[in-house]
Design a binder for this molecule. Structure first.
Ligand code: ADP
Ligand code: MG
Length: 718
């Protein structure tokens, strides 16, 4: 092991920011308010943009409506009140090519802040008002009288009294006192990836000589962030593989007797993707350490067959399997479907004391449903049977992992639609295995997320993808009904399809703020439709406030074809499978996100008949428009997920898991897609050659330092 030469990040993390000469007690307190406490925090407070003085925008050259950052000198600043008594500060600025007035509404502090003579960067849109150029409420960055061709502009805090130039000064002092940084990566790797050295990266992100230099610096620092996350995820994954004890299931020829039989009796051939995924899962199941696999598959891609296959591996070896669905309706539907698929299946009886059978004989494979709706005595019986090992497959909701539920030997757990499950619930599963062995876990999701996001969010899991739909599906025709005229067409088509004996879903506007309001709006929609467009037809209403037996009976009627249309809130979003339903009407569609719309649309197109999806309503925002247009254009969930990532940024896609992750300061899962892939490959390469990172001590130290313990636990629990 070679000695580490140069400044380590860990050393800077141990120095309070007040160690810097420029930082006194007041400034330290102000920095603290911005979350900057150590010298390392200062170093890692990266500029939010740069002003390239060689290519600076000039007031005189700006087009009306153009957004730009301009470097200006303040001439005058005055405060007035608007007619309504709001503060209005008018600042006159010049940049040598022209002068203009800049107006700030509701920001009285600007008068004092923008004193005559001050240099500042204004970022905003050029407007024309009464023939004069102006800007309103631009973003202001105080950069001071600084020289250099490229000016870094830092996120700052007016309230805390810290300006961009202060932070620039602190960063410069940090860099000059830190000297050369210790390098965690091999030179060979840096060469191969064309990355600059760490010392150069930290200098050039703060004090670049050119925009190209700052871009190269960013690239290196982005890679470091992504690599640390991947190293941690891959390291944890490998550790689990080495240490956790699972059940080495016996997977025979064709998966084993029950699995083979199951595939034989299916009325169709497995798709290539299903066969491949089942193969991957069987390999995992045969291993002595627990499976932890994510199955991504678009709606209708046939995940159920894959899940049942995995559960049968457990059952044929005398273990049990559990399937957890996000709602009772879905649990019941799975139960019905799976019972049907597994009719007349038998397993070897291992119960020695059984009067009617006994070891060596076969008994029926038993599938049970356990939800909160089961009566108390039935529930007690099911619990007894689960503990005694008399039940092979148990289907339920979260309640399956609640306290006091015991399995004799839980071998495989399938979690359907994991995004509805809480982190703690998933963690609780780990305690349900037999003895010390952890059950194998398969998490299924119908919400495709882009590959690079999956690598980060689920980097500790193995991932299988069902990227092929069963054959013979006609793609769903999606249309956007923007006008009242369009809407007439929608309802006409709905009536036509119903006249053909088909069924229709009508999804009511999403009201996130209040379930009560959402239910009321669904009831109103139901009233309107049954007295208007759908008068005389058999229409059901489904929403979250119905009692469960009411929900049940509506769903049963719809499934049985006793209802022509189902007016519903988003409770029908996932998993509902009625092949005779061919039209999905989504009211006020712009209120929904891409993933949700795609899920809803997936409720139709499940049979042989051509299906339609109508997105109803005007879009009030460009993003809303882009979302609906994407839905009209594509039925590919993965493609839509990429669009979603582009539109929304990673925050929402990362969801819960990202909250704890604060090492991604520069990296963006969207902008830096290809670097996520590279970082993962490098992490695997490093850990394959050096599992405990003894030759990469510094990298290991930085992973521990920068991925806080909480974050990692958070990542791992999911
Ligand atoms: P999802 O992935 O959305 O859970 P399902 O498992 O509910 O999909 O399957 C959707 C439909 O496709 C079901 O009706 C199922 O019977 C059918 N299906 C599944 N696999 C195949 C296949 N290989 N060939 C034809 N149909 C299939
Ligand atoms: Mg499903």
């Amino acid at each position: 092991m070679s000695e580490i030469v140069g400044r380590r990040l860990a050393q800077l993390a141990n120095l309070p920011a007040s160690e810097l000469k420029g930082v006194g007690a007041t400034q330290a307190a102000s920095l603290g308010k911005m979350g900057i406490r150590s010298v390392l925090d200062v170093l890692m407070h990266y500029p939010r943009r740069y002003i390239d003085r060689t290519k600076e925008a000039k007031i005189a050259d700006l087009e009306v409506g153009e957004e730009a950052a301009i470097l200006v000198n303040v001439k005058r600043s005055t405060q007035r009140r608007t007619g309504k008594g709001k503060s209005m500060v008018i600042v006159t600025v010049t940049d040598g090519t022209a002068s203009m007035d800049v107006t700030f509404f509701g920001q009285p502090f600007r008068e004092k802040q923008l004193q005559p003579g001050l240099d500042a960067v204004f970022f905003g849109k050029l407007e024309l008002y009464g023939g004069k150029r102006k800007m309103t409420n631009p973003v202001v960055d105080l950069i001071g009288n600084r020289t250099g061709r490229i000016l870094p502009v830092y996120g700052q805090s007016e309230k805390a009294g810290i300006a961009s130039w202060d932070i620039a000064r602190f960063c410069e002092e940090t860099l000059s006192r830190a000297g050369d940084f210790a390098e965690p990566l091999d030179e060979e790797l840096l060469d191969r990836l064309d990355l600059v050295a760490r010392t150069e990266a930290f200098r050039a992100i703060h004090m670049p000589e050119s925009m190209a230099e700052s871009a190269a610096a960013r690239k290196r620092l982005v890679f470091d962030e992504l690599l640390r996350v991947q190293v941690e995820l891959v390291r944890r994954k490998r550790e689990l593989e080495r240490t956790a004890v699972g059940i080495a299931h016996v997977v025979g020829e064709g998966g084993g007797p029950l699995v083979k039989r199951f595939h034989d009796v299916l009325p169709y051939e497995l798709t290539g993707a299903q066969a491949k995924t089942i193969g991957e899962i069987n390999e995992d199941l045969a291993k002595g350490h627990p499976m932890h696999r994510l199955l991504q598959g678009d709606v209708g891609s046939g995940k159920t067959v894959v899940a049942v296959s995995a559960m049968l591996v457990a059952a044929q070896g005398g273990h049990q399997a559990a399937l957890m669905a996000p709602t009772e309706v879905l649990a019941e539907q799975h139960h019905l479907g799976i019972k049907q698929l597994l009719e007349d299946f038998t397993v070897p009886d291992t119960d020695e004391g059984n009067l009617f059978g006994g070891a060596g004989m076969d008994r029926s494979l038993r599938v049970a449903l356990l939800t909160n709706r089961i009566s108390a005595p039935d529930r007690r019986k099911i619990l007894e049977d689960m503990a005694a090992g008399n039940l092979d497959i148990v289907i339920g909701t979260h309640s399956l992992i609640s306290e006091g539920i015991e399995f004799k030997s839980l071998g495989v757990v399938v979690i359907d639609e994991q995004h509805r499950f809480g982190v703690e619930q998933r963690a609780a599963l780990r305690d349900k295995g037999a003895g010390d062995a952890m059950p194998d876990v398969l998490v299924m999701t119908a919400t495709p997320i882009p590959r690079t996001a999956a690598m980060t969010v689920y980097g500790d899991l193995d991932v299988s993808v069902l990227d092929e739909l069963p054959p013979g599906r006609t793609p769903i025709v999606t249309k956007w009904a923007q006008s009242d005229m369009d809407e007439l067409v929608v309802w006409q088509q709905v009536r036509d399809e119903i006249a053909e004996g088909r069924q229709v879903y009508v999804v009511c506007p999403l009201i996130e703020e209040s379930e009560k309001l959402e239910v009321r709006s669904a009831e109103e929609t139901f009233e309107e439709l049954t007295n208007g467009e759908l008068v005389g037809l058999r229409v059901g209403l489904l929403h979250g406030r119905l009692k469960s037996d009411e929900k049940d009976s509506v769903m049963t009627q719809f499934r049985a074809g006793e209802l022509d249309a189902l007016v519903s809130t988003t409770v029908i979003e996932v998993g509902v499978d009625v092949p005779n339903a061919t039209v999905m009407v989504i009211l006020d569609a712009t209120r929904f996100g891409i993933a949700q719309l795609h899920q809803l649309r997936g409720r139709v197109g499940r049979g042989a008949a051509k299906s339609f999806c109508w997105l109803v309503g005007e879009s009030k925002t460009p993003d809303g428009e882009a979302r609906l247009e994407a839905l009209v254009r594509s039925t590919d969930g993965f493609e839509l997920a990429e669009v979603d990532l582009d539109l929304r940024g990673e925050g929402t896609i990362m969801g819960e898991r990202q909250k704890g992750q604060n090492d991604l300061k520069l990296a963006s899962l969207r902008r830096d897609r290809e670097w996520v892939v590279i970082a993962r490959e490098v992490a695997m390469e490093l850990l394959d050659a050096d599992p405990d990172l003894v030759k990469h001590e510094l990298l290991a130290e930085e992973v521990d330092l920068l991925l806080k313990a909480d974050d990692i636990d958070f990542l791992m629990k999911s």
